[in-house]
Design a protein around this ligand. Structure first.
Ligand code: UDP
Length: 330
């Protein structure tokens, strides 16, 4: 197949591009490079530098490259920032996605795979969380993803647009080769921050709350490796192309979780020296447990994650950060 990967120069997008190429598919990336990196794209992947808010450019890219399907990653993703700058998030994530949907139905009406998030569920009592759990996002970020999910479904109903929505849990790790990985400017994620601390770029690790109702008192999350997540996109787009699915939504996670302390213990083991830790107050809006019920994607798409060992997951992240202490910047 030939895929247009929107936001393909970002963290998850670039790993997906690589897995798509490994599966024998052709790829063109459309990215505004606001947070993505052209360096994350290698051998033979064409980059169209364009912004989803620029409808004519998006339509022109679809007309020029004639993809068989579109995978859409492009979004602003910082929860805290989304609360401070809601207009930016609604415009970029919702209006941008609307332009993409409109351009698809105005041109080739090809299937769409959309990157959504467990943040659409908000705080929920369900453990693990099934796809039909109540959706009450607690952040503008989560709200923009839910609104986009609903727009996609409306385009399916009105225009027959086939789609698959993937709701990611805690994405982490890096390509085992260590040449691409997470390079966000704000570095807010646990494993990434721990690697930065191990590199001496931060003084210590804060544990946000040790008094949760969990076995060791710290929050539990479902950490899915970015390469497994990338493979989920390959499975999703191939199932759409084969007509096996046309309006499906899947959680993507391992189906079990690790606590903050377990993650930090794994980092200590991989790095070889214990990081300084400090117990800090709970972080606002953090539910004690967020774990995917991943049964549906396993059964329907044959999702079979390769990275299930926490230390192995952390090792891939560490290899990337150690080799690229400042991300893609030299
Ligand atoms: N966390 C922490 N210290 C940090 C960063 C994160 O204790 O410096 C905790 C956070 O409270 C949450 C878990 O690690 O329970 C995962 O947080 P992250 O920001 O990586 O992902 P989120 O679950 O918020 O999407």
């Amino acid at each position: 197949m030939k895929l247009l990967v929107v936001g393909g120069a970002g963290y998850i997008g670039s790993h997906t591009v690589r897995q798509l190429r490994a599966a024998g598919h052709g790829v063109v990336v459309l990215d505004n490079l606001s947070s993505g990196h052209a360096e994350a794209l290698t051998n033979g992947v064409e980059l169209v530098r364009a912004d989803l808010l620029d409808y004519p450019s998006v339509k022109a890219a679809l007309e020029a490259h004639k993809p068989d399907a579109v995978i859409h990653f492009a979004a602003l993703i910082e929860v805290g920032e989304s609360m401070r700058a809601p207009a930016r998030y609604y415009r970029n994530n919702v209006v941008g996605s609307l332009n993409l949907l409109q351009a698809i139905v105005d041109t080739r009406k090809v299937p769409l795979v959309f990157s959504s998030t467990a943040a659409v569920y908000g705080t929920t009592d369900a453990v693990p969380i099934p796809e039909d759990a109540a959706m009450q996002p607690e952040s503008v970020y989560g709200e923009t993803k839910l609104m986009t999910e609903r727009m996609i479904h409306a385009f399916h109903t009105a225009h027959g647009l086939p789609y698959t929505i993937l709701r990611y849990f805690n994405v982490c790790g890096a390509a085992p080769a260590g040449d691409i990985g997470e390079a966000h400017p704000s570095q807010s994620h646990l494993i990434e921050l721990a690697c930065m601390t191990a590199l001496g770029q931060r003084e210590k690790m804060m544990i946000f709350g040790e008094d949760y109702d969990t076995p060791d008192g710290t929050c539990i999350r479902d950490y899915v490796h970015v390469q497994d997540l990338a493979d989920a996109h390959v499975l999703a787009v191939e199932a759409l192309n084969a007509g096996k699915t046309d309006a499906a939504t899947y959680n993507v996670g391992l189906g079990h979780g690790f606590s903050v302390k377990q993650v930090l213990d794994a980092v200590d083991a991989v790095v070889g020296t214990p990081l300084d830790r400090e117990i800090a107050p709970r972080r606002a809006g953090d539910p004690p447990r967020l774990v995917a019920d991943a049964t549906k994607i396993v059964q329907e798409l044959g999702f079979a994650p390769q990275f299930t060992d926490l230390q192995e997951i952390v090792q891939t992240a560490w290899n990337w950060h150690k080799g690229h202490p400042h991300g893609f910047e030299k």
